[in-house]
Design a binder for this molecule. Sequence first.
Ligand SMILES: C[S@@+](CC[C@H](N)C(=O)[O-])C[C@H]1O[C@@H](n2cnc3c(N)ncnc32)[C@H](O)[C@@H]1O
Length: 211
Amino acid sequence: MTSILRPLSYRYAWLYDTVTAISSVPVGGPQRLRQILIEPLTLPRSAQVLDLCCGGGVTTAALCQRFDNVVGLDAAATAIARAQALTPQASYVVAQAEAMPFAANRFDLIQISVALHEMTPEQRQQILQEAWRVLKPAGTLAILDLHRPHNPLFWPAIVLFIELFETETAWQLVQSDLIAQLQAIGFGPIEEKLYSGGSLQALWARKPGDR
Ligand SMILES: C[S@@+](CC[C@H](N)C(=O)[O-])C[C@H]1O[C@@H](n2cnc3c(N)ncnc32)[C@H](O)[C@@H]1O
């Protein structure tokens, strides 16, 4: 069950952007939100970067400010058309994240920004396995998404957000242990930072190996 707001927020980019702007206030606004995963990275400009589930290209734009070789992938052709218009300096692919049309060991960095909560547990597992396959050894998988709040003051906000804009899969992610799932695939070490009373998690998971 989900509210009418969810399809509307996908149909109208301004509504999606407004929801993002409001929900990112606790971390300092949408610009800051888009920098959380990128800021700590020490990769060179020439790194091969994938913005997985890139949507309309806002996160892709933030990556392009820092890197010269950025690919955006999304299952929705309409999202990719918006991303191409907003951030033409990246290249794009319409594909399922569960079966990416890339060779193994292709990317130094894969970013998945606020998309895993839309996946069923089975899809999430497939996507993380695929990310492992297309990451180079010593590459980084950077994930930003919902998390179970440790501060009880943030529970009403996350409940309202999920009930209005999300589906059952968001609750499944909030109840899951993403770090344990990544470790089971082989990722490590994994760095975690929590924001907004713990309701937002940022993870940097390294694929073992040498550059
Ligand atoms: C909430 S949006 C996030 C967009 C962007 N990363 C951001 O931070 O604003 C989730 C995106 O995931 C895409 N998506 C959902 N399931 C997918 C799948 N199986 N493979 C690829 N993209 C998918 C949707 O089309 C949508 O654009």
